[in-house]
Ligand binder design. Structure first.
Ligand SMILES: *Cc1c(COP(=O)(O)O)cnc(C)c1O
Length: 372
């Protein structure tokens, strides 16, 4: 079965982990600092804070910006549950907004309509890696003192108007979990320009302790520390950072291959009656996943592809339909609900062979023919 997603790893990653073992320093240390520096260098971000995972990045970013009880956060219903859970974890209220059918990115007009005096943040998701209209979002936000905290989990490597996602704006959160554009095994990062909030997030990452372990180690009074803020145990470990650093060296190759497959898919799926490709920006997008809209009979489509040896998935089920988030839904979201019933994720991995790609394309083509 051709998987929907799978990390691409080699013995290089294993060797890098082995080197960390030899140093005896497994937790937060110089390898994490190296990974953060690499993130800054690659994106152009002023500050980068590496954490345990993307969900932790979203949570600690919201906390760092002071989002809390009584505040509203505008967020697409169509996203991974992590985005919503991060909002609830700081005690704020998610306000679900619509997405656009062409890209699954937030509908700017709908976002604007949902702003209230209590709106503290907007969390756009760069779906599949295609960038949201950041200029429009920042304009809405800056006029009202609202923060844009990007869920950039899909968009590591994406370029928006000549700038890397994470290298501009108020704050971008990345994930380096097993299937993202690069992986640390598990990992995440918060990138932002504001030094004071970065410092606050850095402290919160290690239980609100004023200096991270590495800095304390270099201090003369080894035992001294002060707890100056609330916080978490969210720091990345040297083990995970070592994997990420090796993956960094492969990123361009990964993205080039995924771009090539995306172009192939997009060309093959034009003018089909039963499926609609999204509008993928081949030039600027670091394509994370490949999503099609199956106009009807999605279950049959997924079953058909399975029988032909290609796995599929659904990313994502609308959150306002989820048992625990339902209570935040204020009325229907017709576009999201329609898309939620149509979207289907096809295999897209750097290690797919041309034959794998052909298997997927042929299966979709045959499904379309069978429905004419
Ligand atoms: C992966 C992902 C996250 C969470 O990242 P983890 O590292 O898995 O915690 C958040 N939002 C989106 C859209 C994601 O795809």
């Amino acid at each position: 079965m051709i998987p929907v997603s799978r990390p691409s790893m080699g013995k290089e990653e294993l060797e890098a982990v082995g080197k960390v073992f030899e140093t005896g320093w497994l937790g937060l240390g110089s390898t994490v600092l190296e990974f953060e520096n690499k993130l800054k260098e690659y994106t152009g971000a002023k500050n980068a804070i590496a954490v345990t995972n993307g969900t932790a990045a979203l949570h600690i970013a919201l906390d760092g910006f002071g989002v809390g009880p009584g505040d509203e956060v505008i967020v697409p219903s169509l996203t991974f549950a992590a985005t919503i859970q991060a909002i609830l974890a700081v005690g704020a209220t998610p306000v679900f907004c619509e997405v656009m059918p062409q890209t699954l990115n937030v509908d700017i007009k709908d976002v604007e309509n949902r702003v209230t005096p209590r709106t503290k943040a907007i969390m756009p998701v760069h779906y599949c890696g295609n960038a949201c209209d950041m200029d429009a979002l920042l304009k809405i936000a800056d006029a009202r003192g609202i923060k844009i905290i990007e869920d950039a989990a899909h968009a590591f490597g994406t370029v928006y108007k000549g700038k890397k996602i994470g290298g501009f704006g108020h704050c971008a959160c990345f994930s380096f979990d097993a299937i993202k554009n690069i992986t640390c095994g598990e990992g995440g990062a918060v990138l932002l320009p504001d030094d004071a909030i970065a410092e606050k997030i850095r402290r919160k990452r290690v239980l609100g302790i004023d200096k991270d372990t590495w800095a304390r180690y270099q201090n003369k009074r080894l035992w001294f520390y002060e707890v100056v803020d609330t916080g978490y145990r969210y720091h990345m470990s040297n083990i995970n950072a070592a994997i990420g650093l090796v993956q960094f060296g492969k990123l361009d190759k990964f993205l080039a291959r995924k771009r090539e497959i995306t172009k192939n898919y997009d060309a093959a799926f034009q003018n089909m009656a039963s499926v609609l490709p999204l509008e993928n920006d081949h030039e600027n997008t670091a394509q994370f996943c490949y999503i099609l809209r199956v106009v009807k009979e999605r279950d049959a489509f997924m079953e058909f592809l399975k029988e032909r040896g290609a796995a599929t998935g659904v990313h994502y089920i609308p959150n306002h339909e989820q048992p625990v988030f339902k209570r935040f839904a204020k009325g229907p979201l017709p576009v999201t609900e329609l898309l939620g019933a149509q979207i289907c994720t096809l295999p897209l991995t750097p290690d797919m062979t041309d034959a794998d790609v052909r298997t997927v394309v042929d299966a979709v083509t045959d499904f379309d023919k069978s429905r004419r």
